[in-house]
Design a protein around this ligand. Sequence first.
Ligand code: MG
Length: 266
Amino acid sequence: MNNMGKIFKQAKGFIFDLDGTLYLGDSLINGAERVVKKLRKSGRKVAFVSNKPIARRSTYAEKLRKLGIDCEESDVINSSLVLAQFIAANYPEHTVFPVAEQPVIDDLTELGIEVTEDPDTAQIVVVSWDRRFDYQKLHKAYKAAIQGALLIGTNPDRTCPMPDGDLPDAACMIAAVEACTERKVDPIVGKPSEIMLDEALKLVGLRADECVMVGDRVETDILMASRAGLLSVLVLSGVTKKEDLKHIAVKPDAVAESVKDFLTFI
Ligand SMILES: [Mg+2]
């Protein structure tokens, strides 16, 4: 499974996941800033792609800069932005009921999408990570859905890795909405969706087969890479542990303890 030499010889672009890959909570993964710097210095393109929908991309860019990684806002995308772009491109006149936090609402309204609290007028229910999720929101989502609203999700992550224990993520709200409506939330725009991948490839301006996806979650980061023909490196600094490797369904091209291992190959 380990082809690190080959990967670094071949790849022109590196697409990095954030949580569990470049940082954990508020701490940088040791060596991550040196890895990004060296990659850029060697002429490779670098982009940052997060499924996390509870802040806007400007916040993630600022967080990376604070941790010592050079980052423009245009170097990073996350699932709330990609969701808003997807709805603006495909359903610009639709009204949205959000099961989501304020950053999702801000991304939608900034792109001209109308957001409503009224389930009877909503034509789309957006389902995201929502730390104020409650029965009333679920009831409204259900009411909108049975009247024919589309169900669109930000990201399918079950948990988000944190230093003091993982947090329940958007999959939990999606499961609740799917349970009562007996419908699928589809599409879910975040990784492993090709909707997210297409936006990520735009950031680096490269083809899929010229890029490496680096991430800590098999069913999002590695699956997206494998479906689309990117090389992939699974890092063990986030949600996936060494003992999980025997059971993983999609094999990455290489496994690293953390991105720090890249320093030898750049
Ligand atoms: Mg991650």
